[in-house]
Design a protein around this ligand. Structure first.
Ligand code: G3H
Ligand code: ZN
Length: 310
């Protein structure tokens, strides 16, 4: 999105309008998970530095740690102070009650996730949740998931022995029609977390671009790509061109957070001032977020920056 475009839509615009504007530009919004204020500061700093809108995600566990209403209040205060399009998503929400809690707190979207259930139950519970959160806030965007994209934004020792079930275009079409979701999260070769070899930059995730294009052709809604960490840059570009509107990144941030925190603590064992220890951590995570945001907006990124991100 161009700076002019951002200034035009300003911070008060809806997530829906931002996604639609980005789609026209062949770009996607970056979705980055936060579990503490260090990560939150890093994501906001990256968004304002790159002058790009951003979607901040928090899973049930991340929300519990930060506080649902506290996170919403922090994001709202940033929007009010800077006018920047900073949006909030209640990522991987597995119950009606948690979805309602996030909707009432002011989240802009809810990732309703009953994908572990058999498809008929996934459809029924997603539909019920979509209706309930839209009754709280008619403008809220509801996401639903179909297919197996694994669990855990963590470092995995080995790849799963079986390939997870990928989403078929027909399944996607029926799911969207039956549930009324605004955003669909399909399984298209993406998977949560990173293998050790990905953290070391030796291997990368690859996506089924043709499947993404087919799903986009029949689903008629925004598409979100989960499990973005460690994905080949060119696959991101092609996936966005094929119809992906939102890209989720979490493990890459967690890796940068942990590595830079360890380095910062090791620098001076007598240092006890939290903001002196944590400032380099914010900077390090911010670099990962900035390079990913630029990539999702078709801006040039140096391979070194992305390599160090992984
Ligand atoms: O919902 C969060 C994501 O899908 C992140 O996945 O940890 O593989 O980047 P990731
Ligand atoms: Zn995810």
């Amino acid at each position: 999105m161009t700076t002019a475009g951002i200034n035009g839509i300003a911070g008060v615009d809806s997530l829906r309008s931002v996604l639609a504007a980005l789609e026209k530009e062949g770009a996607a919004i970056g979705h980055f998970n936060v579990a503490d204020v260090v990560l939150l500061k890093a994501v906001i700093a990256a968004a304002t530095e790159t002058k790009l809108p951003v979607l901040i995600g928090a899973s049930e566990g991340e929300r519990e740690f930060l506080g649902v209403r506290q996170l919403a209040a922090l994001a709202k205060s940033v929007r009010e102070e800077t006018g920047w399009p900073v949006f909030l998503n209640a990522d991987h929400t597995h119950s009606l009650q948690k979805a309602l809690e996030a909707a009432k707190a002011g989240f802009h979207s809810v990732g309703v996730d009953f994908s572990a259930l058999p498809i008929d139950q996934n459809v029924a519970r997603t539909k019920e949740t979509v209706q309930a959160i839209k009754a709280v806030n008619a403008a809220i965007l509801a996401e639903g998931e179909v297919g197996d994209i694994g669990t855990g934004s963590e470092i995995h020792e080995t790849a799963p022995s079986e390939v997870g079930k990928l989403t078929t275009p027909e399944e996607a079409r029926q799911f969207v029609e039956a549930t009324g979701v605004d955003i669909l999260a399909p399984a298209v070769g993406n998977r949560h977390g990173m293998l050790k070899s990905m953290v070391q930059g030796e291997t990368r995730k690859h996506l089924d671009i043709e499947r993404i294009a087919q799903i986009k052709g029949v689903a008629g809604v925004f598409l979100t790509l989960h499990g973005g960490s460690g994905t080949e840059d060119d696959h991101f570009r092609k996936a966005i061109a094929a119809g992906v509107n939102i890209v989720h990144i979490n493990t890459e941030l967690r890796v940068a957070w942990r590595q830079s925190l360890a380095e910062s603590l090791a620098r001076d064992s007598n240092e006890v001032v939290p903001y002196k220890i944590l400032r380099p951590v914010v900077e390090s995570v911010k670099q990962v977020v900035s390079s990913r945001l630029r990539l999702f907006h078709g801006q040039l990124v140096s391979p070194e920056a992305v390599g160090s991100a992984a």
